[in-house]
Design a binder for this molecule. Sequence first.
Ligand code: KIV
Length: 264
Amino acid sequence: MTITVRTLKKYKNNNEKFSMLTAYDFSTAKYIDQSGIDVVLIGDSLGMTALGYENTNNVTVEEMKIFTRAVSRGVKNALIVTDMPFMSYTIDIPSALTNIGNMIRCGANAVKLEGCNDYILKLIECTMNMGVPVMGHIGFTPQSQNVIGGHIIQGKTEETAEELFKQAKKLEKAGVFSIVLEMVPENVARYITQELSIPTISCGAGRYCDGFVMVCDDLFGKFGEFTPKFARKYGDMARLIKDCALKYNQDVKNGNYPNENEVY
Ligand code: KIV
């Protein structure tokens, strides 16, 4: 690992942007890492992209451990952050610390926790005391989507923007090394970014954060069920996979696979 939490702080101090991208398997993580991405996130978005669940709330600690092990074997340079899944850190501090510690044993360098209430702030302190850096995540927090009432932009009014700012300051004070701002108006994210000494990461929070995150399946054009406005598609992997599978299927059925060079 060459990128650390200190590197991200240095980026912020030098006004340099950094990139974060999700990864869920060994080979994809290896190529993402080789491309120079700064932070690889084993996001609980894998519940939808890799496991086909409807939302992130079905993802278990055991599943996150498997994907964290796979990704960490492929990453040599990037900082590896694992999302703590729904219910894995909100029951009580001892069970949360056990789950967090196990994620580090699987190869993560840090964990991401959603939300900012007194319990989360206390947990951040305990996690840091255990030697594990924490990335915060506020704004739209997918694990609370049933309370929020859907995929709704957060911080649109003066009061809610003020509340987001207060949460960001509390997370900074509690010791997180960076904060994901999800689905937040650009001007609010910009203000928060200017007022914090730690980096902010935009997930649909506009252009003025210190870092930017995307779900790799959106970037690759692989996840077809739903694409958020802020996702940018750089490829068409869905088409590539279908084309390859179609050609292979045709070759098998036409007797063109395997050929004489593909046999022992
Ligand atoms: O689960 C995830 O992929 C995430 C990012 C989109 C921030 O939390």
